[in-house]
Design a binder for this molecule. Sequence first.
Ligand SMILES: Nc1ncnc2c1ncn2[C@@H]1O[C@H](COP(=O)(O)OP(=O)(O)O)[C@@H](O)[C@H]1O
Ligand SMILES: [Mg+2]
Length: 360
Amino acid sequence: MMRESKSVLLENIVKEYISQENKSVFTAVNNISLKIEAGDFVTLLGPSGCGKTTTLRMIAGFEEVTSGNIYLGNDNVNEVTPDKRDTTMVFQSYALFPHYTIYDNIAYGLKIKKMNKDEIKKKTEKILDLVGLNGMENRYPNQLSGGQQQRVALARALVMEPGVLLFDEPLSNLDAKLRVVMRNEIRRIQKTLGLTSVYVTHDQAEAMSLSDKIIIMNKGNIEQIGTPTEIYQQPASEFVADFIGVANFVDGVIDHIGKDFLDVTMLGQSIKLPLKGNKPRCEGDKIRLVIRPEAITIGHEGDYDGLVESSMFMGSVQDYTVRVDNEILKIEDSNPISKTVFNIGEKVKVSLKEESIHIL
Ligand SMILES: Nc1ncnc2c1ncn2[C@@H]1O[C@H](COP(=O)(O)OP(=O)(O)O)[C@@H](O)[C@H]1O
Ligand SMILES: [Mg+2]
C-alpha cells in the first residue's frame, strides 16, 4: 500500500545563521553526519537550542544547508524543494485548517496532488481507521480534543505516504497521560507501516520508549548515537549520562588492570569492575564513574557507610540522597512500602551492583 520508505544520510552538515543586526555568524549545527536506515524510528534528543529543529528542517528542505550533503534514499536532495522531497512533517502546533472538516483536512494534500476522488476516499478512510478517528470525519477541528487533533495531524501526514516522516515535538501540547497514549499510538502505526521516522524531542522518556536509535545532540554537535539501552548503560560522556535518566558521578583511580576486570578505588574503597568498551586505560588513570540510582542498595547491612541527607516517598520508590565518603549519592529504593524506610540523619549501609557502574 505504502510507497517505499527511504533511508536518510546526512554528510558533514553545517548550518550557520547570520545575524541581521551585526552580521555575526552563529553555528546552529556543527558538522554532523549520520545514517538512518529505511524503516527505522530515530529520535533527535537534546536540550532546547541544541539544533534539533534546524536539523529536521534541513531534512525537510525548509532550511538550506550551509555545507554538507543530504541524501534521501540514493538521491542527493540539497537542491530539491520541500514539496518534492518525499518527506512530510508533523508539527507541535497541529496546524489544521479550522474551516475544513476532519475528512477534508486529511484529504487536502491528496487533492492538491490531483488524485481522483475514489482513490482519495479509499486512502483517507483507511488512514482514519488507522489513527482511530472513525466516525469523526464530518466534525471540525474545534470539536475535537487536543489528542484527537494531533491524530488528525498525524493522519494528514500519513495519508501522503511519505518516504520519510518527520516529527517536531508533536506531543508537547498534550497532558502527561495523553502523551503516553499518543506515543504508543505513534509507535504502533510507525511499525505497522514500516515508516522511516525522524522524531525531535527534548523529552528523554519519549525518546527511550519510541526509538530504535537515539541521537543525542548538544550545542550543534552529536554526543552519541545508540539504542536506548546503549545510551543508558554506556553513555559516551557525562553530558549524555546526565541527560538520560538520573546519574551519580564519582571520581576514581584505576589501581590495576586485569584480563577482564579493573581494580578501582572509589568512595574510599577498592572495587572490582568488569572491563567493558574499548577505551584505552592505564594503571594510575583518574576516571569518572557513572552509578545509576537503581544500582545502589540501602539497608542495615552493606559495604559502605552512609548518612541519609534526604528521604522522599515517591510511591513506587523511596528517593534518597546519602553521603558516602564525602560524595552525595542519589538512590532509588524500589517498593518502599514493604521495606524499612530511613529518615534524614540516620546512619545506613549501602552496596553497589558492580555490573551497573559505568566508567566514562
Ligand atoms: N532562523 C534563525 N535565525 C537565527 N538563529 C536561529 C534560527 N533558527 C534557530 N536559530 C538558533 O539556532 C539554535 C538551534 O535552534 P533549534 O534548531 O530550533 O534548536 P532546538 O530545536 O534543539 O531547540 C538556537 O540557538 C536558535 O536560537
Ligand atoms: Mg525545536
